[in-house]
Design a protein around this ligand. Structure first.
Ligand SMILES: [Cu+2]
Length: 636
């Protein structure tokens, strides 16, 4: 079958991209492929594509030579078997890779200096040791190792077979590693704490004195006539919504060409929705944590970190799954089975009114959920995009997994975290997410407005002080597009097509309803903020540019400064009546709790995209009643 222009690269295409570079650019076994992904075609190509038509598929490849560290970006024409571009990136470090993570763990546990350091802590069973490698910010790489590809490592150990390594931090012991040579550079054995007696286990058989609840009866979801959506390849249609599902190593799942059928016409809402960066600064300056500033998307990649989903556990009901194809650093593809889950959910009531005379008219709310889960070492992120019958889109992220903890000596708890177990604290930290929202509201010519409420002062026109007006301010340039959340005015942002009016004569729009907005709370001089200036504001708006994808820069491993949003927007381009991209920054300000130990129940944040004058009235008037009782005889 000929692929759609937005279909992710197949295993054959990934293999071909690697082979062409090996053949034509001397990429040897001493190199690694950091990423191989589809080069998404221009919007016009997608718009004009007719099924079955022949298209030229291109791959974007990032690879590097481990001998000299030289990094290249390549563009490869897969059909023609040609390298179209081959550009050295002199001061960039590619993303961290799964292969390096595992090879580093292997190399370290085999190193006599590591064995000796652990033996000094009484740890001799190397099978129970887990070594997690983290990426550095450039300002923290030890002077002697500057310019290299350097990782630093945490050590954890399992107290018994099958137990949680994250229950037992080896406090004060870290390793500094050259990842290109896979060599241990430094053993940092800086401090040691007498082991407290903790309970960091969550697997039932290991939780002391645990008895599982016995009053939980089965809850089954059945759809006897099947689902109400169709999935053909990556094309999904559900009720009035249609879209294409994409996936890549860095953003994980991507939603393309999201449209809503309105009277037989598919009206575009969004060209592309995804997560473009995640920044997780730990707010603890002590020796075990001061380097902990994860860029989980730019460093590790949501796609590479995606885990397979299990029916009845991760998703309940009638499920359609999509697999994802990723690759290792030799350019060899592999599949992540059931990477994306697509299913319908009942979500209580959609709308209702009880008429005193004729009774209740009620509709159940149904939503279509597209989700994927990632595991980044100790933490998981669960991503849900939900489409609703009334034109709403909800984006929800759940954080779960195991918090990083540290032991401390009696009476000396640092103030940068919460006590969660005996002489054990979980450092405060933040999870900043940057959603990239390429909205096309009834076409590409869109303008973003800040929309705010203002209470008017008491006066002759407003004697009771009740008057409230809504102020819409067009954001005309990128500098005006840099916006912060404002609780006092209930600020939100509308993406408006000034050239398309609804039946009421007002321009059509979609509103970004902010949720989970958090301030960076960082000194402007903080090196972390320099690397991630994108998180300093709630919203950025840029004119679409296919090369502007990564808000903190393309290469964030060992970065010094943010080469993404602050650099692009410094040009202060016009963002009026143009193809705009919104970058929405939200997340979790994680003040840790004892209840989140030894495993953390999901912490949930979300934001919404809601039609605002996109339709002339409630578009969900036509949702049928679920049951005869929801719809009195008189109203039929
Ligand atoms: Cu957290």
């Amino acid at each position: 079958m000929t692929p759609h222009p937005l279909d992710p690269l197949s295993a054959e295409e990934i293999r071909a991209a690697a082979a062409i570079l090996r053949r034509d650019r001397g990429v040897t076994e001493r190199w690694r492929f950091a990423s191989i992904e589809l080069r998404e075609p221009a919007k016009a190509v997608v718009r004009d594509f007719s099924p079955g038509a022949k298209i030229e598929r291109e791959a974007l490849v990032v690879c590097w030579n481990c001998d000299d560290g030289q990094l290249y970006k390549a563009r490869v024409a897969l059909g023609a078997g040609q390298v179209l571009a081959w550009e050295p990136q002199p001061d960039g470090q590619p993303n961290m890779t799964v292969d390096e993570f595992h090879e580093c763990d292997q190399a370290l546990r085999a190193d006599p200096r590591v064995v000796e350091a652990l033996a000094r802590r009484g740890i001799t069973d190397m099978e129970r040791v887990l070594i997690d490698t983290w990426a550095y910010g450039a300002h923290l790489v030890p002077e002697a190792h500057r310019g290299g590809r350097i990782g630093w490592a945490d050590v954890w150990y399992r107290s018994q077979e099958g137990s949680s390594p994250y229950a037992n931090p080896v406090t004060g012991l870290h390793f500094v590693v050259d990842l290109n040579r896979m060599e241990l550079l430094e053993v940092e054995d800086v401090h040691r704490v007498d082991e407290p007696r903790t309970m960091g286990e969550y697997v039932p058989r290991l939780v002391f004195g645990q008895q599982l609840r016995e009053d939980v009866r089965p809850l089954e979801i059945t759809q006897p006539e099947g689902t109400s959506f169709t999935l053909e390849g990556n094309h999904l249609v559900w009720q009035k919504w249609s879209l294409r599902v994409g996936f890549n190593h860095r953003e994980g799942m991507v939603l393309h060409t999201v449209g809503y059928d309105d009277g037989g016409r598919t009206r575009p809402v969004a060209h592309r929705l995804s997560f473009a960066e995640m920044v997780v600064p730990y707010r603890d300056p002590t020796t075990d944590h001061y380097r902990r500033t994860a860029f989980d998307i730019g460093e590790w990649g949501l796609g590479f970190m995606t885990t397979s989903l299990e029916l009845g556990c991760d998703c309940l009901g009638e499920i359609a799954y999509l697999d994802a194809v990723m690759h290792d650093t030799r350019g060899e593809p592999y599949a992540i089975r059931n990477a994306i889950c697509i299913h319908e959910e009942d979500n209580a009531v959609l709308w209702k009114h009880v008429d005193a005379q004729f009774g209740a008219e009620v509709r159940r709310q149904r939503r279509l959920v597209l989700s994927f889960h990632v595991t980044v070492a100790n933490y998981e992120y669960l991503v849900y995009w939900r489409l609703y019958q009334d034109g709403n889109i909800e984006c929800e992220v759940r954080a779960t997994g195991i918090m990083v903890t540290t032991h401390f000596a009696p009476g000396q708890q640092p103030p940068y975290g919460t006590l969660v177990d005996e002489r054990t604290y979980a450092p405060f930290h933040q999870h900043f997410l940057v959603a990239r929202l390429d909205l096309d509201v009834d076409g590409e010519a869109n303008t973003v407005y800040a929309t705010e409420s203002e209470a008017l002062p008491v006066g002759p026109e407003n004697p009771h002080g009740l008057a409230l007006v809504q102020r819409d301010t067009a954001l005309r340039t990128e500098s005006e597009g840099i916006q912060d959340y404002d609780w006092r005015t209930q600020r939100a942002w509308k993406v408006v097509n000034r050239g398309a009016a609804n039946g009421l004569g007002t321009p059509v729009g979609y509103k970004l309803v902010p949720g989970g907005a958090i301030p960076p709370m960082m000194d402007p001089g903080s090196p972390v903020l320099q690397r991630a200036q994108a998180i300093a504001h709630t919203l950025w708006v840029t004119p679409f540019d296919a090369d502007e994808r990564w808000p903190c820069g393309e290469f964030v491993v060992q970065s010094l400064e943010d080469r993404g949003l602050p650099a692009w927007t410094a040009r202060d381009r016009s963002i009026e009546d143009t193809d705009v991209v919104l970058w929405y920054v939200f997340g979790i300000h994680h003040i840790t709790r004892p209840e989140e130990w030894p495993v953390m129940s999901v912490d949930t944040v979300s934001f919404w995209l809601k039609p605002v004058g996109f339709f002339d009235r409630n578009p969900a008037l036509d949702v049928p009643p679920a049951h005869r009782h929801c719809h009195p005889e008189e109203n039929r």
